[in-house]
Write a protein of this length. Structure first.
Lengths: 267, 301
């Protein structure tokens, strides 16, 4: 390698530079290759525990919901919660630590990468993991009798879209809070209600009308509905609405996350 | 042609004016030392050049590109070595560089050679598989420098490159920085070490409270502001006061350095001053520190 200054190259700059996203992914894949065992263990075992505890616990009381055995109803619902938890917490904690303690983003921003590329690169990686881990409950539910269907092939794509929205929500939260302890408020006031009122554990059809209307605002509800319709191959035009809501949620969160993160990172 | 130009740059943080109308020019292939104590505005200036801090007023041009408008293009051609260790501690030395080689768009087929080349330059080739977090302070700094050089940049920004390092490691890094300069890379180096600026920089810009107080070659600055020789007097406080007053009466500058007073421009002092001062003080060459203290009233290391 020569230390002599090379003549300035002709730089063609795009708004989203593939090399910027590739660099973020190079880093993430390298780190993941070190931690994949523990991360995957948690992602696979947790839904299994939920299915055993709730599926067979409540399942023995509930029996079936709209002719669907409760364990299968729950197994398809837990896909959404697996996606939620994999994406939102990674978006919150990982990006907060990298921004505040490790100063990783400061280092990156001295190179030819912009805030929106960092946010997108991180969110896409988190969403990809969420899409993969989101399939774990389905596999577990299949062990407990969920019949395979072609619609299951759509689940990773649904997980990716949902995971992207919640990863970006997590990044938005990480750029908004003053300290890492503040995530407790986000978890208690936002993430837990989203999780509980999503139709994962019980159908919302019998809930009060106001609760149903609120559920329509919950992106996780739309993920649950979309996953169930795909897995049970009952897709209809309504599912386009579910997909559109998830896409809108991801777009809105992306815009807000980039804007807020830029305020944090650029003085 | 100048590699870097700042024209009337201002940056405020609330009531604090961190950089106050800074105008600077760094010709291609030279090293400019930005000298000043902590809080002088050096790091803010560095971060404005990379577009990580946005100036409130003024114009910044890097390698012919406007910043922040064309900051991404500019950053592709410059290397930045930050003051703070922001390495990826969990990644190995080599992996840290591979991430940045990708970011700097080094083609996949040339990445390994670029990484190995820069590891050889900074003397870390045999530590390439070591996790960054386990390196010593000096090695981490070498890795930060390697990260800033992996793409053979035309301009390198070094923000306090040797702060906190022991003298031996500092001397090793000076050799490395000096090599950059002699190879024709443009270098902007902020430092609060006088010796570092005097030894490495072609030109020195002195900053105090966000303002540029003087700029020129170390020799030129010393000649213009402090003369060639200085007399240094030690003694009790009243004696030091007498020396300073006598120098003022004789029309030559003096500056206080804790337990001593230095009379500057000693070669131009009238013979009567020697008589006034009594026994001769310790005679020495003037330094950049004399200039800095004289102009700002502040001290640097």
């Amino acid at each position: 390698m020569s230390l002599r200054a090379a003549p300035p190259p002709s730089i063609d700059v795009r708004w989203i530079e593939p090399s910027a996203i590739a660099a973020i992914w190079t880093r993430e894949v390298t780190l993941f290759s070190r931690y994949w065992r523990s991360t995957s263990f948690a992602a696979l075992v947790e839904p299994l525990v939920y299915l055993l505890a709730f599926g067979f616990g409540f399942g023995s009381l509930v029996g079936a919901i709209a002719d669907t055995p409760y364990v299968q109803f729950l197994g398809t619902g837990i896909v959404a919660s697996a996606v939620l938890f994999t994406s939102v917490f990674a978006g919150m904690y990982t990006t907060f630590i990298r921004r505040t303690f490790q100063k990783t983003y400061d280092a990156l921003l001295a190179a030819p990468i912009d805030v929106h590329e960092i946010v997108l690169g991180e969110a896409l990686w988190i969403a990809t993991k969420a899409a993969v881990y989101g399939c774990a409950p389905l596999l577990a539910a299949m062990v407990f009798g969920l019949p395979p269907s072609w619609g299951m092939l759509l689940v990773p794509a649904i997980g990716l879209l949902t995971g992207l929205g919640f990863a970006l929500f997590g990044i938005l939260a990480s750029a908004s809070v003053p300290s890492i302890d503040s995530f407790n408020y986000v978890t208690s006031a936002v993430v837990t209600p989203l999780f509980l009122v999503s139709g994962t554990f019980f159908p919302l059809d019998n809930a009060p009308e106001w609760a149903q209307r609120l559920a329509y605002l919950n992106p996780l509800y739309h993920c649950v509905e979309l996953v169930r319709d795909a897995v049970f191959v009952t897709l209809s035009p309504v599912d386009l609405v579910h997909a559109a809501v998830l896409a809108f949620f991801a777009t809105l969160m992306g815009w807000l996350a980039v804007r807020t993160m830029r305020l944090r990172l650029i003085g | 042609m100048s590699a870097l130009a700042l024209d009337g740059v201002v940056k405020r943080f609330g009531d604090l004016c961190a950089v106050d109308g800074l105008t600077l020019e760094v010709p291609s292939g030279t090293c400019l030392g930005l000298l000043g104590p902590n809080g002088a505005g050096k790091s803010t200036t560095m971060r404005m050049i990379t577009g990580q801090v946005l100036a409130d007023a003024g114009r910044i041009t890097v390698l012919g590109l406007r910043v922040p408008e064309q900051s991404k293009q500019a950053r592709a051609q410059m290397g930045v070595v930050p003051q703070q260790d922001n390495l990826d501690g969990e990644l190995s030395v080599r992996q840290n560089l591979e991430v940045f080689a990708t970011l700097y768009r080094i083609p996949a087929g040339q990445r390994a050679a670029a990484v190995e080349g820069v590891l050889r330059v900074v003397g870390l080739l045999d530590r390439q598989h070591t996790r960054a977090e386990t390196l010593s302070g000096g090695m981490k700094r070498r890795l930060l420098i390697a990260r800033g050089l992996v793409h053979s940049p035309a301009l390198v920004l070094l923000d306090e490159p040797t702060v906190g390092l022991d003298p031996q490691v500092r001397a090793e890094l000076w050799v490395l920085i000096d090599e950059l300069r002699t190879k024709g890379v443009t270098v902007l180096m902020s430092t609060h070490y006088i010796e570092e600026a005097q030894r490495l920089a072609d030109d020195v810009a002195m900053m105090s409270h966000g303002r540029l107080v003087a700029q020129g070659s170390p020799r030129q600055l010393m000649r213009t502001h402090a003369g060639e020789r200085a007399w240094e007097y030690y003694g009790p406080e009243h004696r030091l006061r007498e020396v300073a007053q006598a120098a003022a009466r004789a029309g030559v500058p003096s500056r206080s350095t804790g337990p001593s007073v230095s009379v500057l421009r000693a070669e131009q002092a009238p013979p009567s001053l020697r008589a006034d001062l009594g026994e001769p003080g310790h005679e020495r060459d003037t330094t950049l520190e004399d200039v800095f203290v004289l102009l700002t009233g502040e001290s640097v290391e």
